[in-house]
Design a protein around this ligand. Structure first.
Ligand code: SAH
Ligand code: SF4
Ligand code: F3S
Length: 475
């Protein structure tokens, strides 16, 4: 078979040749919501006959789903576009077309500017309009350069096909589900309110329907996503106003859902009902990503986080009382404008007081258009770098301590995928750590009991504990 015919598909009904199969290569940057959005964009394109490829050179359409959160994230996109321009030229010399699209938060923030800076780009599409991607791509194929960054009036979720069975299975036993998008908090360092727009919650029925589809496709663990996921609210079947705690309880009743998680939460939106869910729901994993950014009240105020360090610590205490086994994760920014050594030490003190199982920490990055960019008293890069190093040393020590404290414990692990060694699978602990364990491939999707035997730098090692029932069957 020639290369040409291999790329043609035959209709199973008529036996006639259809249009050649087009291939799309999607590269995702940034947060989990971008991962979710990339899947939805691939779904939307699959209706137009595109199949996903992970071989860049094969692609007829390359889509970068981008992140604008820090300067480095945005710059990465432009350097990637430079490389793609060369590939596009090379393909053109061979008489093959390759279109290039930019989606996500850089697309929303920069719009037309991308077409100016990156002449190889054919299509720019913001996160609120990605259901229009197939249409935009058709127009781009005619040679038009497209920018779609208006906030759409129609609901993008309405237009997207539900995850289909065969495809989602290949995506694994865990899945993301966006329940809330956008942000009204306007922290002074952050671009998200500008790139993702105002806070919007998806309706309960839509979320339940999507969860049921995921379960049907073999998913066992669902992570609810939102830029401020715990600001989610909706009207329940009982006509009451629901918060995230109520939604989690309802999702816990969906048959086949074994584990639930949610991310990212804002401390201001942790209400009693959500904390209660951590106390009473076995399916809600004892893990919480609760960014604080700084431990200094002065800096928290300048960041417009609208809580103090003491309030955050008191909140952590309340959640831990409800769920003593809770692992906490956080985000930190060092070197926000005006941050002094004393402010930074307050952050170290807060970290000491909380003891994080996991954390993400960053040097403050000036984002054009945010209030933080206007502030005088920017902290020099070398000071930021030194503070980041000190903070990360402490956080790494806490992370190690947490992993080591797991050794000897008997825990449940959801088996996700083949491991690096034959006969090994990788699963997830309740606290989101990868766990390596000897198990059969047929056990992917099972939740098994293991004993943790060793803690590596990024994962745990474990041995399976035989189920008492299995033992009696073989005895
Ligand atoms: N909605 C989440 C955060 C989303 S952005 C929240 O409110 O916590 C993810 C993380 O990126 C933030 O928590 C913050 O730590 C970091 N971040 C955001 N803007 C940044 C900037 N301008 N410079 C450095 N880090 C930033
Ligand atoms: Fe950004 Fe603050 Fe909104 Fe989080 S809460 S997305 S940090 S503005
Ligand atoms: Fe980045 Fe946008 Fe997510 S800026 S972190 S991709 S919301």
């Amino acid at each position: 078979m020639t290369q040409e015919t291999a790329l043609l598909s035959t209709s199973p009904v008529t036996g006639e040749m259809n249009a050649p199969v087009r291939k799309v290569f999607v590269k995702t940057y940034g947060c989990q919501m971008n991962v979710y959005d990339s899947d939805r964009m691939s779904d939307a394109l699959s209706r137009d006959g595109y199949v996903a490829t992970d071989v860049l050179e094969e692609a007829d359409f390359v889509l970068l789903n981008t992140c604008h959160i820090r300067e480095k994230a945005a710059e990465k996109v432009y350097s990637e576009l430079g490389r793609l321009r060369e590939l596009k030229k090379e393909k053109a010399r061979e008489g093959r077309e390759m279109l290039i699209g930019v989606a996500g938060c850089v697309a929303q923030a920069e719009g037309n500017e991308i077409l100016r800076r990156a002449p190889a780009v054919d299509l720019v599409i913001g996160p609120q309009t990605y259901h229009r991607l197939p249409e935009a791509l058709k127009r781009a194929r005619t040679g038009e350069r497209i920018v779609e960054t208006e906030y759409a009036i129609e609901d993008k979720f309405d237009y997207l096909p539900a995850p289909d069975k065969a495809k989602t299975r290949s995506r694994g036993v865990t899945a993301f589900l966006t329940v809330q998008e956008g942000c009204d908090k306007f922290c002074t360092f952050c671009v998200v309110p500008y790139t993702r727009g105002a806070e919007v919650s998806r309706p309960v029925a839509q979320i339940i329907a999507e969860a049921e589809k995921l379960v049907e496709a073999g998913v066992r663990e669902i992570t609810l996503l939102g830029q401020n996921v715990n600001a989610w609210h909706g009207v329940g079947a009982d006509e009451r106003e629901w918060g995230l705690g109520d939604l989690l309880r309802r999702l816990g009743e969906v048959e086949g859902v074994a584990r639930l998680r949610y991310t990212t939460s804002h401390p201001r939106d942790m209400d009693d009902s959500l904390i209660e869910a951590h106390r009473s729901m076995a399916k809600l994993m004892p893990y919480l990503h609760l960014p604080v950014q700084s431990g200094s009240d002065r800096i928290l105020k300048a960041m417009n986080r609208r809580h103090t360090a003491a309030e955050y610590l008191a909140l952590v205490e309340r959640i831990r009382t409800a769920q003593p086994d809770l692992a906490l994760s956080g985000d930190f920014i060092v070197g926000f404008p005006g941050e002094t050594e004393a402010d930074f030490e307050d952050t170290l003190r807060l970290v000491e007081a909380v003891n994080y199982a996991q954390a993400f920490s960053f040097k403050y990055s000036t984002r054009p258009g945010t209030p933080g960019a206007e502030l005088k008293d920017q902290v020099p890069e070398d000071v930021k770098a030194k503070r980041l190093e000190r903070l990360q040393a402490l956080l790494t020590k806490q992370q190690r301590g947490f992993a080591e404290a797991c050794v000897g414990r008997e825990i449940d692990v959801l088996l996700e995928k083949p491991g690096r060694l034959p006969g090994q699978l990788v699963g997830r602990s309740p606290w989101l750590q990868p766990v390596n364990v000897d198990a059969k491939a047929s056990q992917i999707g099972d939740i098994i009991k293991v004993r943790i035997t060793k803690a590596g730098p990024n994962s745990l090692f474990a041995e399976m504990i035989e189920e008492p029932r299995a033992r009696s069957l073989t005895a």
